[in-house]
Write a protein that binds this ligand. Structure first.
Ligand code: OOG
Ligand code: MG
Length: 262
């Protein structure tokens, strides 16, 4: 750790205020170039602590920057993780108020729901498949608090990996009849297909993102509990949205999920 407890708390308040007031900020490493990974996750943890103290409930986890398309778009090379709280969840077919967000983008993802705990080190795809209750399509809405989505990895980790909203819906699937590597996806904006991909874009298999998350949490002495919803990461580049946009994600064999922006 390079930052004092006081600075970690100040940066958490700063980033969370930007989220709650929909204001952007330059990336925090501009003023704190020496901050390390532990500092970055400590700031994220402090944001989580503040939300829980305010009465919000943690309802899931996310892995981010797990596909080559996303890493290339953001100019980074390592996957990261964050948390999801109650008010991030938007009902299927629901509406998202863009006036509460800075510059939202949507990502096509596959969400996992666990039925048994997962703990690293040594967590692998086989363990993830055995511990998964079902998978379901998800649209993640990311909204980096950093000006023009310009950040480095430590800044984005501190900012809870741009987490903002998400929608799950469509059909639940399980691995008896799915090979998620070849599961195709189409992301549509206002009826136009805007991004295409297959599950293998996420670390070769979306379950690998869940294994990686369990291994990263294991290093901190934490696990993924049973009954956790986990977003496995954007399969394609994120797509910017404006008020009035209608977004649908179609996932092969798993139906579709939609959300509107007002
Ligand atoms: C960071 C969050 C990335 C994903 O699925 O890759 C993410 C960002 O790109 O702002 O959620
Ligand atoms: Mg994502």
């Amino acid at each position: 750790m390079k930052l004092s407890r006081e600075v970690i708390e100040q940066l958490a308040i700063h980033l969370e205020t930007c989220e709650l007031e929909a204001k952007d900020t330059p990336k925090i490493t501009d003023d704190h170039p020496d901050m390390d990974w532990d500092d970055a996750y400590a700031i994220q943890d402090e944001i989580k602590r503040r939300k829980i103290a305010r009465g919000n409930r943690v309802i899931g986890l996310k892995a981010g920057l797990t596909s080559h398309a996303k890493m290339k778009q953001m100019g980074v090379e390592t996957p990261v993780f964050g948390f999801l709280v109650d008010y991030f969840s938007v009902p299927e077919g629901g509406e998202i108020d863009t006036s509460k967000l800075i510059h939202p983008k949507v990502e096509p993802e596959i969400a996992f729901v666990t039925k048994a705990p997962l703990r690293g080190p040594g967590c692998h795809i086989g363990a993830v498949l055995a511990a998964t209750d079902f998978v379901i399509p998800a649209i993640e809405v990311i909204d980096s608090r950093y000006r023009d989505f310009k950040f480095d990895l430590k800044s984005v980790v501190a900012d809870n990996c741009s987490s903002s909203r998400f929608v799950v819906g469509g059909r639940m699937g399980n691995f008896a009849d799915l090979d998620l590597r070849t599961t195709g996806i189409v992301l549509e904006k206002n009826g136009e297909p805007v991004a295409f991909g297959a599950g293998a874009a996420v670390l070769g298999h979306p379950a690998a993102a869940i294994a990686m998350l369990a291994n990263m949490l294991g290093e901190r002495g934490e696990e993924i509990p049973a009954g956790t919803l986990i977003l496995s990461g954007g399969i394609t580049e994120a797509v910017a949205v404006q008020p009035g946009d209608d977004v649908t994600l179609r996932v092969q064999d798993l139906g579709s999920v939609s959300v509107r922006f007002k």
